[in-house]
Design a protein around this ligand. Structure first.
Ligand code: PEP
Ligand code: MG
Length: 851
């Protein structure tokens, strides 16, 4: 049998480059052991670029052929790194755990790794050797007798050292490309840091360069046209500063872009039903077709044979310990792929296994003679039922977590397989618990249908984050024999069983078209969103943690339009101090520099508990002391927060937003608090760079915006709440989904009333879930919204959609939507306007929709 040998995967923009590098590396091998080397390079159409799906497939093959010894992935530049990182999320977590992404230079790293792997070394050793791959060249060039002169672009002033280049991709967005004037600005920018710091440029799209960034004529030879991507490599002590300046310059089209979007005439908006933001990389596909695979809970059917009472106690203790160990592994996977916040979900689940309400009840039943599995099932069902009685829909969905964890213990007791091991197709489950969501193989599972539960369950958020489409709350409509083909579109909520061949074909084509579109969007994620008539629309990310902020920045978000501070600190038992908040907000600001970050003040109450600021129990919390209102009696916590905001805003571009504003008195009070907080921060007034704004979530605020927004810098429409207050349908309540339609023309009219009524110079953004629906991006801009703040995962696709139309087209769409009689007509209108048309799963076989 072939021994397990570490495999290599080469990820490059260019297939020719990757193959040549592999050819060179394999010439170094002389012995019988040859590591397996996969190439994931270039695009399907032969163009330059990388594709996360192709990388994931290459890694899977490499892993299988290497016998599980591990896979080292070497990447060339920029977005190749992003593709490789995304590929990890697409992989079976078990495979992903055996993969390392190497920061080593491609050619040198590959040579070192191939030779080391062929020698039988383990993955860590191969990775270390790859990292050190530059050593020989570096030492040679540092040696004054080395005889190889540094290229001019790499020469430092002293000539003593050649530090590694820092690099950055720059999008060329100006209509006429990098013609003389923008090129001159670029060269002037580089000259500002020369000679100590030098710049080399390549045109990655056209495969031209490198050229010296100080030479105008050389830069001209790059033939950089609109849509091309340049690679800037800076060497020297001010390399990072130079790249930051270039990035800023590039964002402004090297000085050639028109200004921000102007509000347009007639337009209007649609919106998804109940929706939340997973906060981590999402699918953008949201549609699936494949054979149904039912994964049934065994909680109801646990049928066990009792041993002696002590034996049953022991069996239960062993099973609980086994599941706890498994949850530990899953927490680790979640931490690696999704971030600390998601890992904590599993840690919380592990504590459910020790919940005395469950364990004591189960052991008491065993004592009374019940077999372990039955006793445990009964105790778990009783605990889960307690959740079902809770008023808050989000809390109610936590009952799913109890079911999921409980089910795993029963499976272990009965010697049944874990639910994920059967997964291949479209899973049909009662509820999607987080453990199943993180452990299912995203390359085999086309999608998940849940009979119960809404969209806010942890499992749904995790699966969506992993790129697995999910349609929730379909009831018994998915109760079909295993193997029956089912198709669903989570965007429209349609589900169809056993589609006709023609529909099946059309739907499969749509799923792959969405996949291609997402690939394109990811490749251009860092480029600005510019409409076809040259209007730039900023797309920002909604942020609930530092990890999400980083993800948003990686996916091309141009700042954050909404930091949900109550979510950032949701796990804290005690209120963060001013200094602790300064640290967090400054870190977020640094992630997005030079783009601004928008801190929303504590938005507590309603569905948002904050452990360190409990709100009194109210009969109707959504209409109660929510948001700003929660601090009227004691504003000290809010003052601390505003003090931190003022402190950070001295050095960073920052905006502050006040939630749940209804009256001009609210705005006045908020501004007084801000002035007080500035004084507490040792300032005479709020820093001039701090932009001040309000959320528009209440219809009264939308209608009275002309008064409320006087003297403000921005307003941000919180469409999630605006929808619930306009349509009197509690957000998050799946039973009210039919009423909770953000596309209702009444909601669109209110959006329009904000963009029409806002005083001149006040920017209008939108940060509810609508902003993350790519289908709605054009409509919102057509309604006059100037910037969108979306879930981080949606940013690339939202930008991509904005690039497909002109402001006139979007304005026309909005005008027609405003004239529609209902949300369904608006949705149909919006669908017609999409570049990737949605295949509706309607017709005689359709089984209805989930919304
Ligand atoms: C909104 O209401 O749309 C919003 C963005 O705020 P949240 O969802 O946090 O209430
Ligand atoms: Mg809100």
């Amino acid at each position: 049998m072939r021994p397990a040998v570490v495999s290599l995967v080469v990820v490059s923009h260019s297939r020719a480059l990757a193959e040549a590098a592999v050819g060179l590396a394999t010439q170094m091998l002389h012995g019988p052991t040859r590591p397996h080397v996969e190439v994931a390079a270039g695009l399907e159409d032969g163009g330059l670029g990388t594709d996360a799906g192709a990388v994931a497939r290459a890694v899977s093959r490499a892993d299988a052929l290497g016998g599980g010894a591990g896979v080292l992935v070497l990447v060339d530049l920029g977005s190749a790194v992003l593709s490789a990182e995304m590929a990890l999320e697409l992989l079976d977590p078990e495979v992903a755990a055996r993969v390392r992404l190497s920061p080593a230079p491609l050619v040198e790293g590959l040579l070192a790794a191939v030779v080391t792997a062929a020698g039988g070394a383990d993955l860590d050793t191969c990775a270390r050797e790859a990292d050190a791959g530059l050593r020989a060249k570096d030492e040679h060039l540092r040696d004054p007798r080395g005889g190889v002169a540094s290229a001019p672009a790499e020469a430092s002033e002293t000539g003593a050292t050649t530090p590694p280049a820092s690099s950055l991709e720059l999008a060329v967005t100006a209509e006429h490309g990098l013609h003389a004037r923008p090129a001159a600005r670029l060269v002037a920018c580089a000259a500002g840091r020369a000679p100590r710091t030098t710049l080399r440029l390549r045109n990655l799209t056209a495969g031209r360069g490198p050229v010296d960034g100080l030479s105008l004529s050389a830069v001209a030879t790059l033939d950089a046209q609109q849509g091309h991507v340049l690679l800037a490599e800076a060497v020297g002590p001010e390399a990072e500063q130079l790249l930051a300046e270039l990035e800023e310059l590039a964002l402004m089209g090297f000085g050639d872009l028109p200004g921000p979007a102007e509000p347009l005439a007639e337009v209007d908006v649609p919106a998804p039903a109940v929706s939340t933001e997973p906060g981590v990389a999402g699918s953008g596909l949201e549609a699936a077709i494949g054979p149904a695979v039912r994964v049934e809970s065994v909680l109801e059917t646990a049928d066990d044979h009792a041993g002696s009472v002590p034996e049953e106690h022991q069996r239960l203790a062993d099973a609980v310990a086994g599941v706890r160990a498994r949850l530990g592994e899953l927490a680790e996977q979640a931490r690696r792929h999704l971030g600390q916040g998601e890992a904590e979900v599993f840690e919380a689940h592990a504590t459910l296994l020790q919940d005395p309400r469950i364990t004591e009840a189960a052991h008491a039943r065993i004592e009374a003679g019940e077999p372990a599995a039955e006793a445990w099932s009964a105790a778990v069902r009783a605990a889960a039922e307690a959740f079902a009685t809770l008023a808050d829909p989000y809390q109610r969905e936590r009952g799913q977590d109890v079911h999921g964890v409980g089910d795993r213990v029963v499976r272990m007791l009965l010697g049944l397989e874990e639910p994920e091991s059967t997964a291949h197709g479209v899973l049909v489950v009662d509820e999607l618990d987080p453990a199943l969501a993180i452990s299912l193989d995203a390359s085999k599972v086309q999608g998940v249908l849940t009979r119960n539960g809404g969209t806010t369950g942890h499992g749904v958020l995790i699966a969506t984050a992993r790129g697995v489409p999910v349609l929730t709350g379909v009831g018994d409509r998915a109760d079909v024999p295993d193997g029956t083909v089912v198709a669903f579109d989570a965007r429209s909520g349609d589900l169809v069983v056993d589609p006709e061949p023609a529909l099946r074909e059309a739907f499969e084509e749509m799923v792959s078209a969405r996949s291609r579109e997402r690939g394109r969007a990811l490749r251009h994620a860092r480029s600005p969103a510019v409409t076809t008539d040259g209007v730039r629309v900023r797309v920002k990310a909604n942020v609930s943690s530092l990890a999400v902020a980083r993800l948003g920045a990686d996916l091309g978000a141009e700042g954050s339009g909404l930091v949900r501070t109550e979510a950032v600190f949701a796990q804290w038992r005690q209120a963060p101090s001013v200094d602790q908040q300064v640290e967090v907000y400054a870190a977020m600001a640094a992630v997005y520099h030079p783009h601004p970050v928008t801190i929303r003040t504590w938005d507590v109450g309603g569905d948002k508990p904050l452990p360190f600021h409990p709100v009194p129990v109210e009969g109707n919390p959504f209409l109660g002391a929510r948001g700003l209102r929660a601090f009227v009696e004691d504003p000290s916590l809010l003052l601390d927060q505003l003090q931190a905001v003022c402190t950070v805003a001295v050095d960073h571009p920052l905006a502050v937003l006040f939630p749940m504003i209804t009256t001009v008195q609210d705005v006045r009070w908020a501004r007084e608090l801000l002035a007080t907080a500035a004084r507490r921060a040792g300032l005479s007034a709020p820093p001039p760079g701090l932009q001040v704004g309000i959320m528009v979530e209440v219809p009264a605020a939308a209608l009275g915006i002309a008064h409320l927004a006087q003297g403000l810098d921005l307003v941000s429409i919180g469409s999630n709440d605006l929808v619930q207050y306009t349509l009197a349908a509690e957000r998050g309540n799946p039973r009210l989904a039919a009423w909770s339609d953000a596309l209702d023309p009444a909601v669109l009219s209110l959006v329009r009333s904000v963009t029409d009524g806002v005083p001149e110079g006040v920017r209008v953004g939108l940060c509810g879930a609508m902003a993350g629906d790519p289908d709605l991006a054009g409509l919102l801009v057509g309604l006059g919204v100037q910037e969108l703040s979306a879930s981080a995962a949606s940013v690339p696709l939202v930008k991509q959609r904005l690039r497909t139309g002109s402001t006139a087209e979007f304005g026309d769409l909005a005008a027609r939507a405003l004239a529609c009689p209902d949300g369904a007509s608006v949705r149909a209108l919006v669908q017609e306007a999409q570049p990737t048309p949605t295949v509706r799963l309607s017709g005689p076989r359709a089984v209805g929709t989930a919304r």
